[in-house]
Design a protein around this ligand. Structure first.
Ligand SMILES: Cc1cc2nc3c(=O)[nH]c(=O)nc-3n(C[C@H](O)[C@H](O)[C@H](O)COP(=O)(O)OP(=O)(O)OC[C@H]3O[C@@H](n4cnc5c(N)ncnc54)[C@H](O)[C@@H]3O)c2cc1C
Length: 473
């Protein structure tokens, strides 16, 4: 029995709701339904929103139906891939959520080494399917993240310097546009739209299916994970910088500064509460070769401990999973592209990293080079290939009373790093996008005007507004 919220009754006639429910092959979830609370929840525990309708789409036609409904009824519209956007754009108050989570198909073509992937697939599901054929594609480093949002914003993972970002490996996409058309996009078909999808976020339509290039890898890989005393943070970060300058493309290193969280069983009890700096990466090639190439990183200084090992690629892809429980913690992550990581930048970084108020927070520094920088920058919307280092302080805490100091830590940190940056940032770590248009202009630099023109062409009324939003002007 369908029950309507008062807000929705004002905008949508009950008969239209029933029509929508009948037209969908998937489920329409409403406030009061047993699944409602689980369906409206997203990864960031800070986000607590109450949409009026959640359309669980099982087919492309369901997505068309839901898009047309949102447009015709002038509803606020969210699109949910994996629900991992930090700002919580996958849900909203009082509007419609198009939930793609039933779109789970992963079809591997082992001969062409390509993979077709539904808009609701997570990285773990994708890796599990491709590894059955000895293949993998560049994605991210936490298995529960959605492939959709990750790809549309870029995609940093362990394979990035060898094979590029996730968006670099996108071959084609099926898209439902704001006017309800289904368009096939690639470098040859609707190529302007394809250009925008590769880094331009969810602005131009809803991707129901992605097609990617994949590469032989695994099943076993070599992972390096060495943890040093936080007292040596500056020294280790200098080594990280210098190592990356000559590292082969097979290793895309990540430096992580943090605190051994009290109670964390993975770490010896005597370390709990102490600062650390860790160097973590996966060798993208034969495990034995990886062991040899990564040994110098393990020999540097005396680490507090070294959990480097050979392991299945799918396990390496879950290394951080436990650190990011869905719905339980509060998260505020923001990034800055660094145009230099000189000693002064490292000193500033260390000073702020050591001030993190919450034990579960970290400061991540991504090294981007190799294939990322060999790509033709004009080939797609993604902006950021000009920098080698991206800093991402991530505040992860538990109690609402601590919101202010944790958010302030990230903001003060990035303000202090500004002299070492051109102000651009990686939009998959966008904070709450509180800078609005200013952030988008700086983030896309010279590509911004082309994105606005594309938005005007494909979504002139900004139906797709809950994303890293480009306004149509
Ligand atoms: C725990 C965690 C780990 C992460 N690790 C990495 C990492 O290793 N590398 C990295 O690069 N990033 C990483 N990220 C950032 C991640 O790429 C972004 O949060 C991304 O937006 C997540 O995508 P999603 O589909 O899960 O999110 P959602 O919240 O579902 O969607 C994100 C945005 O994309 C839009 N969108 C979603 N699906 C579609 C679609 N099919 N068509 C059109 N628009 C769509 C949404 O409207 C929203 O604006 C991580 C994030 C988290 C929370």
């Amino acid at each position: 029995m369908m029950t309507l919220t008062p807000t929705l009754e004002m905008t949508v006639a009950k008969v239209d709701m029933v029509r929508l429910e009948l037209a969908l092959q998937g489920q329409l979830i409403l406030p009061g339904d047993p699944e409602y609370d689980a369906a409206r929840a997203v990864w960031n525990g800070m986000i607590d929103r109450y949409p009026a309708l959640i359309a669980r789409c099982e087919t492309t036609q369901d997505v068309v139906t839901a898009v047309n409904f949102a447009r015709q009824h002038d509803l606020l519209l969210s699109v949910r891939g994996g629900g991992h956007n930090v700002a919580g754009h996958a849900t909203n108050d009082g509007g419609l959520v198009i939930d793609l989570s039933p779109l789970k198909q992963v079809v591997v073509d082992p001969e062409r080494r390509t993979v077709r992937v539904g808009g609701g697939v997570t990285l773990g599901e994708l890796d599990a399917a491709t590894q059955q054929y000895g293949l993998a594609l560049p994605t991210g480093v936490v298995s529960e993240t959605g492939i959709a949002g990750l790809t549309l914003g870029g995609g940093f993972g362990w394979m990035r310097n060898k094979y590029g970002l996730t968006c670099d490996n996108l071959l084609a996409a099926e898209v439902v546009t704001a006017d309800g058309r289904v368009l096939h996009t690639s470098e040859r078909q609707n190529s302007d739209l394809f250009w925008g999808l590769r880094g331009g976020g969810g602005n131009f339509g809803i991707v129901t299916e992605f097609e990617f290039q994949a590469y032989p890898l695994g099943p076993e890989v070599m992972q390096v994970a060495v943890f040093h005393d936080g007292e040596a943070m500056g020294e280790v970060l200098r080594h990280f910088r210098d190592f990356c300058a000559t590292a082969p493309d097979e290793i895309s290193l990540l430096a992580v500064c943090g605190v051994f969280p009290p109670g964390a069983e993975m770490f010896p009890a005597e370390l709990h509460g102490r600062h650390f700096v860790a160097l973590i990466g996966v060798y993208i090639g034969a495990a034995a070769e990886g062991e040899r190439v990564l040994q110098p990183l393990r020999n540097f200084r005396q680490p507090l401990f070294d959990v480097s090992s050979r392991l299945p690629y799918v396990t390496a892809q879950t290394f951080f999973d436990e650190d990011y429980p869905a719905g339980e913690m509060r998260y505020y992550w923001k990034s800055l592209n660094l145009t230099t990581l000189d000693d002064a930048a490292i000193d500033t970084l260390v000073e702020h990293a050591r001030r993190q108020p919450a034990a579960h927070s970290t400061t991540d520094i991504w090294y981007n080079g190799g294939a990322i920088q060999r790509m033709d920058d004009a080939a797609m919307a993604f902006h950021g290939r000009h920098v080698n280092f991206v800093i991402n302080p991530e505040a992860n805490w538990e109690h609402p009373a601590e919101d202010e100091e944790n958010i302030a830590w990230v903001r003060d940190f990035l303000a202090a790093m500004q002299p070492y940056s051109d102000g651009s940032r990686y939009l998959n770590f966008p904070g709450f996008q509180e800078e609005g248009d200013d952030m988008m202009r700086t983030a896309f630099a010279s590509k911004y005007d082309k994105l606005v023109a594309l938005k005007r062409k494909y979504d002139p009324t900004n139906l797709f507004s809950l994303n890293q939003n480009i306004k149509p002007g």
